[in-house]
Design a protein around this ligand. Structure first.
Ligand code: AMP
Length: 216
């Protein structure tokens, strides 16, 4: 199965992608994670991406297209995967079409996780995560708080908030989403791949809606 998850920042794409991958044995390709890792490792991609990621802007298409297409050029390219956070522009969607058709790996479905802007702002600004490599537990100050405020339940490391999860940055990421990513909805609807589910409620309920959407 080859799936794209799209939706506004903080709609739960990452959480649902990880669940799908674990339960259905798919490979998770999250461009946000790849870019944050490149920034942490101070690679040349990371240095170029950093100012865009930290201000909530999209990294230039060529950079992120290269990152994804390199993954598909390798011998061990993923055959079954969930793309989370990519594509985010029409240019990226067209580049992905070319990459996948070159590898004879057609997409199965594109699922839109629909969440309104007000809910997104509430969710994203309460998001905290453990920065320790190998832990990476995530929390939410309202829906899933850590037992001791600001401390990871699992490894006791001080929790951090992503640079791009501050309220003003979230608002600007939403503006970018509406301008650049929403045009993907008619694009994938026209080629018959788009499925839409509500991204609000319990994580398991959303997961079940996602699985149902994928099987119809
Ligand atoms: P995410 O974790 O998916 O919310 O991504 C975090 C940030 O990484 C975004 O706000 C962008 O700055 C950058 N990013 C991730 N994926 C892409 C993409 N497909 N195109 C451009 N920028 C991206």
């Amino acid at each position: 199965m080859r799936i794209i998850l799209i939706g506004p920042p903080g709609c739960g794409k990452g959480t649902q992608a990880k669940l799908l991958c674990k339960r259905m044995k798919l490979e998770h390709i999250g461009t946000g994670d790849l870019l944050r890792e490149a920034i942490r490792n101070e690679t040349s991609v990371g240095r170029r991406a950093k100012p865009f990621v930290e201000t909530g802007n999209l990294v230039p298409d060529e950079l992120v297209n290269d990152l994804v297409s390199e993954r598909f050029q390798r011998e061990d390219r993923p055959k079954n995967f969930v793309l989370d956070g990519y594509p985010r522009t029409l240019m990226q969607a067209k580049s992905l079409d070319a990459v996948l058709s070159g590898c004879h790996l057609p997409l199965s479905s594109v699922v839109l996780l629909d969440v309104c802007d007000t809910e997104i702002i509430k969710r994203v600004t309460g998001r905290w995560s453990c920065p320790k490599l190998g832990c990476k537990a995530t929390y939410h100050s309202l829906s899933n708080p850590s037992k001791v405020q600001g401390i990871c339940d699992d490894c006791k490391t001080a929790l951090v908030q992503r640079e791009d999860d501050h309220v003003e940055t979230v608002k600007s990421r939403l503006t970018v989403y509406h301008k650049d990513t929403v045009p993907l909805i008619p694009y994938y609807n026209d080629n018959g791949l788009l499925k839409k589910i509500h991204g609000t409620g319990d994580i398991e309920q959303i997961y079940q809606a996602l699985v149902t959407a994928l099987s119809v």
